[in-house]
Write a protein that binds this ligand. Structure first.
Ligand SMILES: Cc1cc2nc3c(=O)[nH]c(=O)nc-3n(C[C@H](O)[C@H](O)[C@H](O)COP(=O)(O)O)c2cc1C
Length: 212
């Protein structure tokens, strides 16, 4: 009886060791695959994004609008100031007004939505570092463009600041207070037709260590 119990104990221990090895192998295999897929997805979104200037009239869900805004606000900012404000424009009248006043943003007349990315000077750094707001809001805009593309939307960055007439026009159309500076109007919609990303890879733009 004692012998049988010893044999059973040994068999049980062996089964536990085999199970532990299998779980370890499975876990490793799974995490490697997941890491690869996540990396490929992010790079794929970056490399296939392109400016989209014509849209279908399909509306954009509030869930997607919120996801784009969350992506924008996930961007890095100097000293984590987050010196930004975003105006979501879905009024046909205001979209048309933006298109009319901004010659380079005519596509807003076709778009179901535009997000106006602004700097908030009450949240920016002071002194020479104040201008960092431009880089901070630019990083947010790129995140927003990538999020739009990842959700099969199309968008285009149309520049406003630092061109004074454009800044004045957007301030007027959106009734912006003095401390809110519009950096870009971003018309967004479902792309009408194929979007072809440009190949911009130029190895000659890169230097290693020193210039010479
Ligand atoms: C600061 C800035 C200002 C831009 N202004 C405009 C604009 O006023 N109108 C427009 O159609 N596109 C504008 N663009 C989009 C560029 O034309 C576009 O990004 C560039 O041609 C590269 O094409 P891609 O976005 O498809 O890669 C702007 C982009 C940036 C970064």
């Amino acid at each position: 009886m004692k012998n049988i119990s010893q044999i059973l104990n040994v068999l049980l221990a062996a089964a536990l060791v085999i199970l532990a090895i299998k779980i370890t192998l499975l876990d490793n295999g799974k995490s490697q695959v997941e890491t690869k897929v996540e990396t490929a997805d992010a790079l794929d979104v970056i490399m296939t994004r392109a400016s989209v200037r014509s849209y279908t009239d399909k509306p954009i869900s509030t869930d997607k609008v919120e996801k784009m805004l969350k992506a924008a606000m996930a961007a890095p900012t100097a000293r984590n100031q987050q010196p930004w404000a975003f105006v979501v424009v879905d009024s046909r009248e205001i979209l048309d007004e933006l298109a009319e006043t901004l010659p380079h943003a005519k596509m807003a007349a076709q778009a179901p939505l535009a997000i106006v990315a602004c700097g908030d000077l009450t949240k920016s750094l002071s002194g020479v570092a104040q201008e960092y707001w431009v880089q901070d809001v630019s990083a947010a805009i790129e995140n927003l463009l990538l999020a739009a593309h990842a959700m099969e939307l199309g968008a285009v960055w149309t520049g406003v600041y630092p061109i004074p007439e454009r800044v004045n026009d957007v301030v007027q159309v959106l009734s912006l207070p003095e401390h809110i500076i519009p950096l870009a109007v971003i018309p967004i919609g479902y792309p009408a037709g194929e979007v072809q990303p440009k190949d911009k890879w130029k190895p000659e733009n890169v230097r290693y260590n020193k210039w010479e």
